[in-house]
Design a protein around this ligand. Structure first.
Ligand code: GLA
Length: 460
């Protein structure tokens, strides 16, 4: 971890003393398997070499003061207490609040008083880019808060605690981002399984590089994209409600209650084909109204809304004019989890071509069935394909943000040039002339699998 002089000087300016520790938490790229984690299906991310860094010092009282190194975002200050009231939705101060609230709630049984800290932070992660800058921030501040209070968690336990804690900001995410951020390993991709959480690091084939290209379409998960994102876990829960009621009629081996992640050949002792036939015989292909979904789930509309369909503001997901696409959502989940398993096997066997092909298929599934792509990400992955990528897909929450491509290392420079010319030049100039040239110049970069979040004392 390079000691960052700018951060240290800034800390002195702001707090009038020396920081005593430094810390970082990395962002992540998900190679394949999005909108799967909250359905308890496996994913294939890795922590990257871009991160949020901090220098900090404990305080004697319970106040947490976090300042941004470049003053762009100002400072946030609050107390670690039993109930921490959030700032307005979308405020960056809600991330440290989420982390601290999560730890306080977990520890309040054994401790009534907590120590706070002063910190200065800096990030080189693209914001709202699908690389988990928000979870990195939550993990970073959660880890600092634990350190100053002497709390120790095992890595997987801490990952789950931070995943639950982040819902404070209003997102209904799963646990992929926090698990990748905490458990990242230099040079390794992680196969993450849920329920129970398990992270298995494995090596990737030689001669392959991971190139990230930011579509420059901002997917602000706590702002406009919040309800877009949350609509996916809500629809998944609706689909699970319908399937829990109807599937046992046609698939005798299924045991209730089950999540979409339980619908595997291994768990049910039948083939993938039989699972698909059963599932898609009980789900109708067109959209469901609330009345239809409730009837299919054997519930009243009110019960369905209350138990499965609430967004973070406590209101039910509005019914789309074309209805809820439960069939397509489930098809994305079932087919994507199989692609994740096959992609992990292919990468481990050194078969980058197969892994890449699965990434293209995965992007198409997110576009056609998952409903979380956008025209710009679709164009970018197609341009990546014609520029020679073995595979390419939008990564993370979706609705814009970054795409990750699997590229032969020897072809990287020509690949990047083609992307620059065809996406940032031709396509984006035509469709989004308002996006400044500066943003485009730094939008393509290579990432490498890196270690997870760390803290260490600053040498004086
Ligand atoms: C966001 C969420 C994750 C996951 C991804 C999509 O990053 O925080 O939990 O759902 O979107 O795969």
């Amino acid at each position: 971890m390079a000691t960052n002089k700018i951060l240290i000087n800034k800390f002195r300016d702001v707090f009038g003393r020396r920081p005593t520790f430094e810390a970082f938490a990395p962002g992540r790229i998900n190679l394949i398997g999005d909108h799967l984690d909250y359905n308890n299906c496996p994913v294939l991310p890795f922590a990257v070499n871009l991160r949020i860094s901090a220098v900090f010092a404990p305080r004697e009282d319970n106040r947490i003061c976090v300042a941004d190194s470049v003053d762009r975002r100002g400072r946030r200050s609050f107390e670690a207490e039993e109930r921490i009231a959030p700032y307005e939705t979308g405020d960056w101060g809600n991330y440290p609040k989420a982390a601290v609230q999560g730890v306080v709630t977990d520890k309040i049984g054994e401790r009534r008083r907590f120590k706070g800290f002063d910190a200065v932070i800096a990030s080189d992660l693209p914001q709202a880019g699908g690389m988990s800058s928000s979870s990195a921030f939550v993990v970073l501040t959660g880890m600092i808060f634990c350190a100053v209070n002497g709390f120790e968690y095992p890595p997987l336990g801490f990952s789950s605690l931070m995943a639950a804690a982040e819902r404070y900001v209003g997102t209904q995410g799963g646990g992929m981002d926090q698990a990748a951020c905490v458990n990242g390993r230099n040079g390794k991709v992680l196969k993450i399984d849920f329920n129970p959480l398990c992270c298995r690091p494995f090596s990737v084939p030689d001669g392959i590089s991971f190139v990230v290209a930011d579509s420059l379409i901002k997917a602000q998960k706590t702002k406009a994209a919040l309800s877009l994102y949350n609509s996916k876990p809500v629809e998944s829960r609706m689909a699970a409600a319908v399937l829990n009621r109807r599937l046992p009629e046609v698939l005798k081996t299924v045991r209730q209650p089950f999540s979409l992640g339980d619908l595997t050949a291994e768990k049910l002792g039948v083939s993938d084909g039989e699972i698909d036939r059963a599932v898609f015989s009980v789900l109708k292909e067109g959209g469901y109204t609330y009345e239809e979904a409730a009837a299919a789930a054997g519930m009243s509309v009110d019960e369905l809304k209350r138990s499965r369909c609430l967004m973070s503001d406590g209101t039910p997901l509005p019914e789309p004019p074309e209805g809820f696409a439960l069939f397509r959502r489930v098809r994305h989940v079932l087919t994507e989890r199989r692609r994740v398993e096959r992609c992990a096997r292919a990468l481990e066997a050194g078969d980058a071509e197969t892994a890449g092909r699965l990434m293209f298929e995965s992007h198409a599934s997110g576009r056609d069935d998952g409903g979380f792509s956008c025209p710009e990400s679709d164009a970018l992955t197609e341009i990546a394909r014609s520029a020679g990528a073995l595979g390419s897909r939008q990564t993370g929450a979706g609705f814009g943000g970054c795409c990750v491509s699997l590229v032969r290392s020897g072809e990287m420079e020509t690949f990047k040039e083609k992307l620059m010319r065809d996406y940032y030049g031709t396509y984006l100039n035509r469709t989004h002339p308002e996006i400044p040239g500066g943003a485009k110049a730094s939008a393509v970069f290579t990432v490498v699998p890196s270690d997870g979040a760390r803290i260490r004392p600053l040498s004086v």
